[in-house]
Design a binder for this molecule. Sequence first.
Ligand SMILES: Nc1ncnc2c1ncn2[C@@H]1O[C@H](COP(=O)(O)OP(=O)(O)OP(=O)(O)O)[C@@H](O)[C@H]1O
Length: 282
Amino acid sequence: MSATLEIRGVTRRFGKNTAVSDINISIPQGEMVGIIGRSGAGKSTLLRMINRLIDPSQGSIFFDGAEVSQLRGSPLRRWQRDCAMIFQQFNLVPRLDVLTNVLLGKLNHRSTLTNMFGMFSRAECAEAVAALERLDIARTALQPAGTLSGGQQQRVAIARAMMQQPKVILADEPIASLDPLNAKVVMDSLQDINLREGITVVTNLHTLDTARTYCNRIIGMAAGKVVFDGPPEELNREAVRLVYGADSNGGEISEAITSTSVAFKQKIAASAGPLEPAFPGY
Ligand SMILES: Nc1ncnc2c1ncn2[C@@H]1O[C@H](COP(=O)(O)OP(=O)(O)OP(=O)(O)O)[C@@H](O)[C@H]1O
């Protein structure tokens, strides 16, 4: 069954500041969508509204025809299970072992009573190990999660998300804290899940080349609005300028400064002079 995520006229204000302004997006099931934009463009706020970590000030969000922006109680918990979230800082419990962290993804599937006893079934443990194996980190299963590298921790977070058997995965800057090689492993994993399970993936990304490489649709945000929505091949120089703006000297934004990929780093190193980022964080 194909389920579409619909964002209709969604606005979010914080006091007088409008973080997200009248956004309309329709995402059919199975798309891999990258949301790009400068810091403060409203990317995280948008994802957090979809998952209902915060509520819209105006507008509605629908999934498979149901208005998720109105859900309360157990239907809301079901939506938050169907719509798994991955964060830049992994959000694991560092002192708990990796396997238990992954099993925590099952909590929303179980009754409060079962959760109180804290017991996981053999089938759930086997599922968690299989999720870790798929992400090539099963050997870390009994280590405290806090002892793993950033890249490994993000893979644990993805395994935990998979335990929710989600229909949608929202990833908020999933590779922003990782070195380029770990970033690639994490993006490869998200892409594999998208392609093999048909799970919709919507991910905020700081780096344009990552969005181009992995996403079949790119949404560019600037000042809370969608200023680009299309396939990577349509994201031309003019569209990039709309999303990121001109630099402080009025010059063009170079794609390389929105990149952390190994290929771009090598290109920068080989270029004639040092490339100063026009704004920090990109
Ligand atoms: N809880 C909050 N309270 C007040 N203002 C907020 C809150 N969350 C976000 N904002 C504001 O909303 C705007 C959009 O922030 P948001 O974090 O969504 O941007 P972003 O594009 O995700 O940026 P970044 O890439 O730096 O994470 C910013 O002006 C931010 O200061």
